[in-house]
Design a protein around this ligand. Structure first.
Ligand SMILES: Cc1cc2nc3c(=O)[nH]c(=O)nc-3n(C[C@H](O)[C@H](O)[C@H](O)COP(=O)(O)OP(=O)(O)OC[C@H]3O[C@@H](n4cnc5c(N)ncnc54)[C@H](O)[C@@H]3O)c2cc1C
Ligand code: FES
Length: 244
């Protein structure tokens, strides 16, 4: 296990990831419950999950000798449909973008991806060593909302990084993070001239079954577990609860 921040940790399993970036697994702790967690590593690598400890299941996974996993479920980022991709991640939304990055790098398409990652403060950044390594060869832009110590990088909200991207307005824009961050990223991307037809959001809802049976995870007419978690913005933009 790797301790990433005060409340985030990464676990690595011996099993190989058969999930595409953007998909999730249901992780269960015996006697406690189950939670959907995105795969954080690339397809074909060892499965990794990066988890924020916010409740009963997510607090126990790191202390459990045995966890159950089922999946992968849901769809993945539709990156093979596009020549250029800008992925914008806020907070604990970054792991599925790391998975995307690894998947694209493994298939020789790392140069077609620009990653924008925002965290609350430098101490909330995950994968600090990887961020350094990627910084040498890949386009990974980082910003923090506020500075806590010795930070020389950017300060500001992650949508502001869109202005600095160079892949062009034809790029697809993949967005994942807290609702307010996603809403502001969509607004900024539209303002800058990116097309809403090439914009995708990864949505998060409370889940029970993860397979389209229980009805817990709907957004409008869709189930996030089965129809998502990744949706074209144009498909869900009229849902009143989209950014809740
Ligand atoms: C597709 C998908 C992928 C996800 N990937 C990751 C990931 O990679 N890493 C990660 O850390 N988390 C991820 N999550 C979120 C994670 O599933 C929840 O944090 C987890 O289910 C909480 O379970 P718990 O039993 O620990 O918390 P609980 O004890 O059930 O809840 C603790 C508190 O958090 C609130 N809460 C729980 N879940 C949510 C939620 N989904 N939205 C808003 N509030 C909530 C509860 O209302 C409660 O106040 C993902 C969620 C989805 C739907
Ligand atoms: S979690 Fe049961 S329908 Fe989506």
């Amino acid at each position: 296990m790797v301790v990433e921040t005060r409340d985030v940790y990464t676990i690595r399993l011996s099993a190989i990831n058969e999930g595409r970036s953007g998909q999730f697994y249901m992780i269960s702790v015996p006697g406690v419950g189950e939670a959907p967690i995105s795969v954080a590593s690339g397809f074909g690598r060892k499965i990794e999950f990066t988890i924020r400890d916010i409740g009963s299941v997510t607090a126990r996974i790191r202390h459990s000798e045995t966890v159950g996993i089922r999946g992968p479920y849901g769809n993945g980022w539709p990156w093979t449909d596009y020549d250029k991709i800008i992925a914008v991640a806020g907070g604990i939304g970054f792991p599925p973008v790391r998975s995307l990055l690894e998947e694209m790098v493994d298939l020789g398409r790392g140069k077609d991806l620009e990653v924008l990652y925002g965290a609350r403060s430098p101490s909330d950044l995950v994968y600090k060593k990887m961020l350094e390594d990627w910084g040498n060869t890949l386009d990974v832009h980082i910003t923090v909302d506020r500075v806590d110590s010795g930070w020389k990088g950017k300060v500001g909200f992650v949508p502001s990084l869109l202005e600095d991207t160079h892949l062009g307005k034809e790029a697809a824009v993949f967005i994942i993070g807290p609702p307010l961050m996603m809403m502001n990223t969509v607004k900024e991307a539209l303002r800058l001239g990116f097309s809403e037809d090439r914009m995708y959001l990864s949505l998060e809802r409370r889940m029970e079954c993860g397979i389209g049976v229980c009805g817990h995870c709907n957004v409008g007419e869709f189930y996030v577990c089965e129809d998502g978690p990744i949706f074209p913005y144009s498909k869900v933009k009229e849902s009143p609860e989209l950014f809740l």
